[in-house]
Design a protein around this ligand. Structure first.
Ligand code: AMP
Length: 360
């Protein structure tokens, strides 16, 4: 089913797996183009449920609910990368799923992902497979300290990561990472962190948004700025890397590639997100087309837009209780406030964001 990608008319229904803020913003973008959306998510508090035409609140393993969902939609896409492989396969047997769920097998596992990127001749941090604590000691000898131990699966926003510094006991680090298969990565003394949000359409063309510079706080994205402060040559190389990855996957939709920029201008790929991405939120107000619309266009079989940027743009995440300050942004010229409608405020939870177009 996945090979056949229909061109959807505006009254078609797009199915979205996952009901977080990314799903919510996809729904809003789809609605602007006349589509209806049906969101499937297990959590009754899903932010996307507030704005969508139809919802299914069920577990990803509920095959009856998945079957009904599949028969109600014209295409399925997803807003998060940890969709269980069986769920994606079940749906793909009934309705086109884009991007192809086979891609999830690569991006859900840091080791497979790193091998994939390295196999394309694209540089990454030095890394080693750590299936057991015994292997960790040898790998630390080889890669050196500082290094970062990361769980192979289910890591995001720094979760499942343990720093290996001078004096860190490998056995303790292994336990802290949950005693599960990991990779060890050399710590990268990067100059900047950048990302490229790219879209690939049915016809195989790729459109990249401008390279974005990202600042993290406590491992969580805090601020994105665009254009990133890097040379035109490095920016072109960053876009080229994203394009190679999108083409190799035969991707349809939006993906993000996070990279480390070294002082000498070398770019190392850190991570691929097979979905719209927080570092692309600036496109909502800072570009002629948003990453969300671009994704909807791609999965609907529509031509991609050529994104034009409106100036220098900054995006600030409102994390945890910072959301209580949203009012202070409301009257700032060039500023737009986005709130995700989440009721429970928790430390580290992304509650909203602010975009600012700063001028040329
Ligand atoms: P990740 O979950 O892999 O995206 O990591 C979250 C953040 O941790 C990154 O955006 C970096 O700021 C930091 N980080 C991850 N891996 C490394 C590394 N090998 N060297 C230096 N910093 C890293």
């Amino acid at each position: 089913m996945t090979a056949v990608s229909p061109v959807l008319d505006p009254e078609a229904t797009i199915g979205i797996l996952g009901g977080g803020q990314l799903g919510r913003m996809l729904v809003l973008a789809a609605a602007r183009l006349g589509f209806k959306c049906h969101v499937f998510a297990p959590n009754p508090d899903s932010p996307a449920f507030d704005v969508v035409h139809r919802v299914t609140c069920a577990d990803y393993t509920d095959t009856e609910a998945l079957d009904r969902f599949a028969s109600d939609v014209d295409v399925v896409t997803y807003e998060f990368e940890n969709v269980p492989a069986e769920t994606a396969a079940f749906l793909a047997a009934r309705v086109p799923v884009l991007p192809d769920p086979a891609i999830l097998a690569t991006t859900q596992d840091r080791l497979v992902e790193k091998n994939f990127v390295a196999g394309l001749g694209i540089p990454t941090a030095a890394f080693a497979d750590i299936p057991s604590p015994g292997k960790l000691k040898a790998a630390i000898e080889h890669i050196g300290r500082p290094a970062v131990l990361k769980t192979r699966r289910f890591g995001y926003d720094g979760k499942g990561q343990v720093a290996i510094k001078n004096g860190t006991d490998p056995d303790a680090a292994w336990r802290e990472a949950g005693g599960q298969p990991c990779i060890l990565e050399a710590f990268v003394p990067f100059e900047r962190e950048v990302s490229v949000v790219a879209a690939r359409g049915h016809a195989g063309g790729v459109e990249c948004f401008d390279v974005t510079e990202n600042e993290h706080r406590d491992h969580i994205l805090k601020t994105s700025r665009v254009p990133a402060a890097l040379s035109e040559r490095d920016a072109a190389q960053a876009r080229r890397i994203a394009e190679i990855i999108a083409q190799k996957f035969g991707y349809v939709g939006v993906l993000a590639v996070e990279m480390f920029l070294l002082r000498e201008g070398e770019l190392l790929v850190n991570e691929i997100a097979p979905r719209v991405h927080n570092s692309g939120h600036w496109t909502l107000d800072g570009a002629s087309v948003s990453q969300f619309e671009q994704h909807i266009r791609a999965v609907a079989g529509w031509p991609l837009a050529k994104p034009l940027r409106h100036g220098r743009v900054e995006m600030i995440n409102l994390i945890g209780r910072e959301v209580e300050d949203y009012r202070r942004y409301l009257n700032v010229p060039g500023t737009a406030v986005h709130l995700y409608g989440k009721t429970a405020v928790r430390p580290g939870r992304k509650m909203g964001h602010v975009t600012r177009v700063i001028g040329e």
